[in-house]
Design a protein around this ligand. Structure first.
Ligand code: FES
Length: 295
């Protein structure tokens, strides 16, 4: 039987807490209603950045609030105004941070969403305390403001721990196609015969035991790593859109769209491109594929 450290056991119980599911469903419904635009969602995911926006932008509130508490602890006088400004800056920075996190959260698996919900609850409680701190400081109640900020940072630390667990342990923000360069062959490897491929219909084949998405169009064959970079969805079960050089596949799980030519993300939630293989069709119509740039 697996033995868990106490903190791991506590977090794992959150993952398994099906009692959270009604709250997850209600929150998801509210987030979906608040963010109906796919363009806005992509901006919040960080598709334009090629990196998830949420972990990058959270440095604004977190950095501001930690800096304010450091100023609070300094014995020098005259830093109270700066500390109040930093608390206010953190509150303002929390707004896009929450929006980016909410956009990412709606496209996660159920266990990940439970962890994400508790992560968001802890951070929201911390935000409420930081707002109260800013109001107290504005009324020249600086000791009360400093204490509220410390309490808020405690909640924020718990929220950050859960966020780290969600991203790294549960893989809720990592690149799920990252293993492609390690698993796929770097040398030309026979995939199949051209005649084995139905024209215009994606299929899933194994290349050196690694699942790949394969699409034949005449004598042109596109091959991509089959597991979606977002959360490992099977791209070979996805729908095709576009034409010519702009043909794309839509992941059947959460709707990320990747261009076949270069794996570029055309629509999130994935912010990572999909690995594309080089393909060679020989005179005997055997199809070979490999990763890598050079011949
Ligand atoms: S697995 Fe989520 S979009 Fe593909």
């Amino acid at each position: 039987m697996r033995s868990l450290k106490p903190l791991d056991a506590a977090v794992e119980s959150v993952e398994q807490a099906t009692g959270l599911d009604p709250a997850v469903a209600a929150t998801k419904k509210a987030v979906d209603a608040a963010l109906p635009s796919a363009t806005v969602r992509d901006a919040l995911h960080g598709v334009w950045l090629g990196h998830p926006l949420h972990p990058a932008i959270m440095l604004v509130p977190l950095g501001s609030w930690i800096s304010a508490s450091v100023l609070d602890l300094l014995p020098r006088r005259g830093t109270q105004g700066a500390a109040q400004t930093l608390v206010g800056l953190g509150v303002l920075g929390a707004v896009p941070t929450i929006a980016a996190g909410a956009a990412d959260w709606t496209d996660l698996h159920p266990r990940q969403q439970r962890t994400g919900l508790v992560h968001a609850a802890a951070n929201t409680a911390g935000l409420v305390l930081q707002i109260a701190s800013w109001r107290a400081r504005r009324q020249d109640r600086h000791v009360r403001g400093a204490l509220l900020s410390i309490a808020a940072l405690g909640l924020g630390t718990a929220g950050a721990y859960l966020g780290g667990h969600l991203a790294y342990r549960q893989g809720g923000g990592t690149n799920h196609a990252e293993r492609a360069p390690y698993d796929l062959p770097d040398a030309w490897t026979r995939l199949c015969a051209l005649e084995d491929l139905a024209d215009g219909t994606p299929t899933r084949l194994l290349l050196d035991d690694v699942p790949v998405f394969v699409l034949r169009r005449g004598r042109q064959v596109d091959v991509l790593f089959d597991q979606c970079a977002h959360l490992s969805g099977p791209l070979s079960e996805g729908e095709l859109t576009g034409s010519g050089d702009d043909v794309c596949v839509t992941c059947p799980w959460h709707g990320s769209v990747f261009r076949l030519k270069d794996g570029q993300v055309r629509r999130g939630p994935s912010t990572y491109p999909q690995p594309v293989l080089r393909v060679r069709v020989d005179a005997d119509d055997s199809v070979h594929a490999r990763l890598g740039e050079d011949d």
